[in-house]
Design a protein around this ligand. Structure first.
Ligand code: 4AD
Ligand code: MG
Length: 446
């Protein structure tokens, strides 16, 4: 058997005889010629079976092979610019042998159009399609580059628990579980533990799945999503914004460098991503509301006018975030939100306690919030008061309250939602494709 290669590396093997183990993506029957697209997880290439070049039985097998059958093939690699299809594209394999491992049954996902619900029901198979394959590779790079940036800037990865005794964010979206007869909750955030870890290590981050039982059926909400959360001691909101714009720009630029071809498959307009470089515009909540009022006043469409309505003091909904991000061609920071719409731990602005030292990062092109963060209350009495307002047994927070008694310091942190980031970077219409197996209001299968 010739050398086994990965199709992603096919360019290195031009002129050589190779073996590829994979799956049949597609087949075009031209009688004596069979054009078989083969994928192996790392790439996709055209394999050509010419009747005279294979044994009669191998050619016969190749002529009836079905979509997604598993195969081991060998032949000579050729560069061929006319082969546009495939990944990396521009190569083909002139087949000598064609061995079938398993002839696939009728594959439910065919090149014809399918409805999204059907595809989501078949998510375990849909992952094999080029579009899904491309975007999940970009997702992996986004994770790698987020972590690389933090590791290179001396943030320590400190893991936080998933099973927790108390709410981390709010009490309305908790998933409760039975912990040997006691109630416990799936983590909404790692933040509270991050704050303890920050006091031990200075700059930390956690990265893991988080859970929100949100009865929201929007294109931005999942019940289970991955969040990466840095937390840093002695850091102001402004310093954190400086850090966030460096961090986000790094991730986007590295994804662009590594995945030109994947972005092509996704038909993503990468010129828009190239603009994602520091500095990002920074606008206060007050200014954002003013801008929305102005936009609403100038809008002639009554439906749009209605959607843009907002009173000072309310949180932004998606139409507001969408409108705000469409005013800029970069991600934007919106800071100093009303204290009443944000989480219990956010530091009030000095002399103006109705707003807090919070900052969201809104992604452009209408994507909206991808990061939420703030300075944290570090005064013992104030945090105590806020926790008691949560209405959960105070004793579950004893450890958290202690942090303000043993060397409390100003500190800040944020959480970046992985799937919202992937949806934006990949230009997806809906967050459900940004995670391998989406958990949504009406879906936990497969
Ligand atoms: O703004 P959030 O709720 O902030 C926190 O949880 C803080 N404790 C983070 C911190 O400061 N350490 O969530 C942070 C981000 C959002 O900006 C969004 O990207 C994502 O998490 N997110 C969701 N993504 C998908 N589905 C949901 N239901 C999400 N809820 C939040
Ligand atoms: Mg938020």
């Amino acid at each position: 058997m010739a050398q086994i290669i990965s199709l992603g590396d096919i360019a290195k093997y031009v002129g050589q005889e190779v073996t590829v183990r994979g799956w049949v993506y597609d087949r075009t029957d031209k009688g004596k010629l069979q054009f078989i697209m083969v994928r192996d997880g790392s790439g996709l290439t055209q394999a050509v079976a010419f009747k005279g070049n294979l044994s009669a039985s191998d050619f016969e097998t190749a002529s009836r092979v079905t979509q997604e059958s598993s195969v081991v093939i060998s032949g000579t690699v050729k560069a061929n610019e006319r082969v546009k299809k495939g990944f990396p594209g521009g190569y083909e394999i002139d087949l000598k042998t064609f061995h079938l491992l398993q002839q696939a049954e009728d594959y439910p996902i065919t090149p014809k159009e399918h409805g999204v619900e059907f595809l989501m029901d078949n998510r375990h198979l849909w992952l094999r399609s080029m579009r899904q394959w491309a975007l999940l590779r970009i997702r992996a790079t986004i994770v790698r580059e987020m972590r690389n940036w933090l590791d290179d800037h001396d943030y320590l990865l400190v893991d936080t628990p998933i099973i927790t005794p108390s709410a981390g964010e709010d009490t309305t979206s908790l998933f409760e579980i039975d912990y040997f007869g006691e109630p416990a909750f799936l983590a909404q955030t790692g933040q509270l533990y991050n704050e303890a870890n920050m006091m031990a290590f200075g700059k930390v981050y956690c990265f893991g799945p988080t859970f929100r039982a949100e009865k929201s059926k929007t294109r931005r909400h999942l019940m289970e999503f991955w969040m990466l959360e840095p937390e840093m001691a002695f850091t102001s909101l402004e310093e954190m914004m400086d850090m966030e714009e460096q961090f986000v720009s790094h991730v986007v630029q590295r994804a662009l460098e590594k995945h030109r071809k994947e972005f092509e498959i996704l038909e993503r307009d990468t010129a828009k991503l190239e603009k994602v470089l520091p500095p990002f515009p920074r606008i206060s909540y007050d200014e954002a509301v003013e801008r929305l009022h102005k936009l609403a006043a100038e809008t002639s469409d009554p439906e749009q006018k209605e959607l843009l309505k907002i009173e000072w003091g309310s949180d932004f909904g998606s139409p507001h975030e969408t409108a705000l991000t469409q005013m800029f061609d970069k991600p934007i920071f919106v800071y100093h939100y009303p204290t009443a719409v944000k989480a219990f731990y956010m530091q009030p602005v000095e002399g103006r306690p109705e707003v807090c030292r919070s900052v969201d990062l809104l992604a452009p092109e209408g994507y909206g919030e991808i990061i939420g963060g703030s300075e944290r209350i570090y005064d013992a009495a104030l945090i105590e008061q806020r926790v008691s307002q949560l209405g959960i047994q105070r004793q579950a927070y004893e450890w958290y309250l202690q942090l303000r008694k043993f060397g409390s310091v100003p500190h800040a942190g944020f959480g970046i939602g992985l799937e919202r980031t992937v949806a934006w970077v990949c230009g997806l219409d809906h967050i459900r494709e940004a995670i391998p197996y989406a958990r949504m209001l009406n879906r936990k299968y497969p």
